[in-house]
Unconditional design. Structure first.
Length: 752
């Protein structure tokens, strides 16, 4: 199978899912309106009648194994927990050999022989590593993102896994927060569409082929808005903000059929998420009709004691069960503490049974009761992992994720006359950091560095590639500068590869200062001083402060951490084999003092005017970001007509059609991401200055004009009104269509 066949399968799936829905039974179809799990399944009900209380609480208990540098182990005592039925699921347990060994204990040595559920953080790849999710979001390519999720699920399933703690769908406008690398950026609409795509990719249309996994939507809810950008910090927002900005991607993932949801570490409205009945009962189960199971994040139930809303771990466990958390990750609270709540009536056996029923039903849906070893096939594992088609897929997704931020004098793609290329910088010949954070079972030895990718293509072009490290990612050692300067004398073009290390982003990796660390920018300035053309490639897990970087380079490429095929994908772009098409899914600040900076802010009573003092502005900086949401250049150039509408006045029952002409005015075929935003000019509550409501990624041939049409419905103009009802209000709207969020290309319409 090659990349084209993989893509065709994704497209066919998307196009045919609606027509197939009538032929597929509701119980087999993720996202169906009927119950995903029958509450009267005879098999499940009969099994539950045979279970002791300890065995039921065991199904609600998830533990980790010890996966050390020398291989997998199971912590002392946990094997006995499996034997006694006091542990129903394990995470950090993967490979067919290891999962088979653990499953065998459950099946041959436990009383009821209930199979184990195996989970793992497969975030952007299992062994074949794809770009970090924030990078993939910058592709704005839903088919590519769905394909990425499918490949990672396919590999992980081949390694004995059933369940991945993905997708992370937390909206975030906080680049200091390390986990922005794991999400889809700052926008609600884009994040919602990506959430759906990733759930479809992970779960597909079922588990019959054992090539899909159970998706776990996280972190519920609003984890991406921590005060001061510190991981695990308090979240404080209105219900209006929660519902309009932060909840929609979770809802989209649930409606796409996700079968599990993970709680977040933060509190909402003074109650930690793992004990928050508003989130878990009112919103998730009652409003969204979610019928899968809810798992806590790692010891988040225990941590409610530190939050201060419960006095001890017993109360924490009881509150979590009352709120609707079905499975306790790693904290052993359900296993050890909650029986006291049964004795004093704070929880009932019905609470326990509801959770166990959901968990057992999922195991049945996976087919584990019919064949507990269906995910344990060594031949499939060997054939699937790091297969050639998977490597080709990640290369293609990686180059779609690259964002060209600057290209003065069209220095890129590299000219055929550039026969000597010098790569300098600590990330120029690096494999380890290409993995990015949350790298699953990925290994650096499988990664292609920038140097290796460039050398491979340069050889066929008769081009020489030299490399000098110059400096480390961190520290103030400049002793390598002289060697870089010496090599620069003979270079036709210099590529400077700088950024942060992969462990500078991810969980528990907040940074107060998000500039390029160490003396890397000094190395860049030195290379710029040579007068040679300079291309800067930035690798990072978050938006960095690039104000001084972009002033010292002719071309600027945001490369993120691109995974296993990073170097090949970058070489494709730099040499011009691929025309970059990525656009930022998150704004890049000029300075940390602007944070949070995002395109969909609200206006003020004194809007920004740089010529007047008494308005909302900085004395020392512009208000706008260095690079806004939706921004990205191409080797092509595009012009937009004014948007047109089929009617300037419309009602709630009307579909409004918006049309725009986009012309490729260059001599290079290229893809453009055409973005549509709206602004509600007057509302009973204030509205953002822009909201993304649609986008199209299209290939436009050189010299061609393409006419694109968008259809907007009542929902696109709806919001939570002053009384918190969701709907529209009559009035004027501006509709913008352009290449980025800062476009002013607009037409005005009136909703009657």
């Amino acid at each position: 199978m090659n990349i084209n066949i993989l893509y065709i399968s994704i497209v066919i799936y998307v196009l045919t899912s609606a027509s197939l829905s009538a032929q597929v039974s509701a119980t087999e179809r993720p996202g169906a309106t009927e119950s995903l799990f029958s509450n009267n399944d005879p098999f499940v009900e009969n099994l539950m009648k045979q279970m002791s209380l300890d065995e039921k609480l065991g199904q609600m208990t998830l533990f980790t194994t010890d996966w050390g540098s020398t291989g997998p182990t199971i912590r002392p005592g946990f094997e006995n927990d499996i034997r006694s039925g006091r542990c129903g699921a394990l995470f950090n347990s993967h490979t067919v050999e290891f999962t088979r060994r653990l499953q065998k204990i459950a099946l041959e040595e436990s009383r009821l022989k209930i199979p184990l559920l195996f989970g793992f953080d497969v975030i952007h790849g299992y062994k074949t590593m794809f770009p970090i999710p924030l990078a993939e979001a910058s592709s704005w390519d839903l088919a590519a993102i769905e394909l990425s999720a499918y490949v990672m699920a396919k590999e992980a399933a081949a390694a004995g896994l059933h369940w991945t703690y993905a997708p992370m769908v937390d909206v975030s406008r906080e680049p200091r927060w390390g986990r922005v690398m794991e999400g889809a950026g700052e926008d609600t609409y884009l994040g919602s569409r990506i959430a759906e795509a990733r759930v479809r990719g992970i779960q597909g249309d079922g588990f019959a082929k054992a090539d899909r996994m159970v998706a776990c939507v996280k972190h519920f809810a609003a984890y991406g808005a921590p005060i001061a950008g510190r991981d695990y910090a308090t979240v404080d927002m209105s219900e209006r903000m929660l519902r309009e900005v932060y909840l929609p991607p979770y809802e989209a993932a649930v409606k796409a059929g996700a079968l599990s949801v993970m709680t977040s570490f933060n509190e909402y409205d003074g109650v930690p998420a793992s004990g928050n009945r508003f989130l878990l009962e009112k919103v998730l189960r009652n409003e969204w009709k979610f019928e899968g199971f809810v798992v806590s994040d790692y010891t988040s139930i225990n941590e409610m004691v530190n939050h201060g809303n419960v006095k001890d771990e017993t109360d924490a466990g009881i509150l979590s069960i009352q709120a609707g958390v079905d499975m306790d990750m790693q904290g052993a609270i359900y296993q050890d503490k909650v029986k006291a709540g049964l004795k004093d009536g704070r929880i009932t056996l019905a609470h326990i049974d509801n959770s166990v029923r959901r968990i057992l039903s999922l195991k049945k849906k996976l087919g584990l009761f019919d064949d507990p070893y269906k995910y344990c096939n060594e031949e499939r594992e060997a054939k699937t992992i790091l297969s050639p088609e998977h490597l080709e897929a990640t290369r293609d997704v990686a180059r779609k994720s690259i964002v060209l931020l600057k290209n003065e004098k069209k220095i890129l793609p590299l000219s055929p006359s550039a026969k000597r290329i010098l790569i300098v910088g600590p990330l120029g010949d690096d494999q380890e950091n290409m993995l990015g954070a949350w790298s699953g079972s990925g290994e650096a030895r499988h990664c292609i560095s920038l140097r290796a990718g460039m050398e491979l293509q340069a050889k066929a072009l008769g081009v020489t590639v030299d490399y000098v490290k110059g400096c480390a990612i961190e520290g103030d050692d400049q002793t390598g500068f002289s060697a870089a300067l010496m090599k620069a004398k003979d270079a036709d073009v210099i590529i400077v590869a700088i950024g942060e290390s992969r462990d500078m982003s991810g969980e528990a990796a907040a940074r107060a200062m998000i500039g390029v660390p160490g003396v890397q920018t000094d190395l860049l300035k030195l290379m710029k001083s040579t007068g040679k053309p300079v291309v800067t490639v930035v690798m990072s897990g978050r938006p960095l402060i690039l104000t001084n970087v972009q002033n010292q380079t002719d071309a600027l490429v945001q490369a993120w951490f691109l995974g296993t095929q990073a170097g090949n994908a970058l070489a494709d772009v730099l040499f011009g084999k691929y025309n970059p098409s990525g656009k930022l899914a998150m704004s890049f600040p000029r300075h940390e003092g602007q944070i949070p900076v995002f395109y969909s802010q609200k206006n003020t009573g004194r809007p920004y005017d740089p010529s007047v003092k008494w308005n909302s502005r900085y004395l020392d900086l512009p208000n706008d970001p260095l690079f806004p949401f939706g921004y990205g250049l191409s080797y092509s150039s595009f012009t937009y007509s004014m948007p047109r509408v089929d009617k300037t006045s419309f009602s709630n029952s009307d579909a409004l059609t918006v049309t725009v002409d986009v012309t490729n005015t260059s001599g290079v075929d290229g893809e453009e991401i055409v973005q549509l935003y709206i602004r509600d000019l007057v509302g009973s509550v204030t509205r953002p200055v822009k909201e993304l409501k649609g986008f199209r990624k299209v290939m436009i041939r050189k010299g061609e004009t393409m006419t694109l049409t968008f259809s907007l419905s009542q929902k696109d103009f709806s919001f939570y009104r002053q009384d918190m009802s969701f709907g529209t209000e009559a009035g004027d709207f501006d509709i913008f269509v352009g290449p980025a969020s800062d476009t002013q290309n607009k037409v005005r319409v009136t909703l009657q």
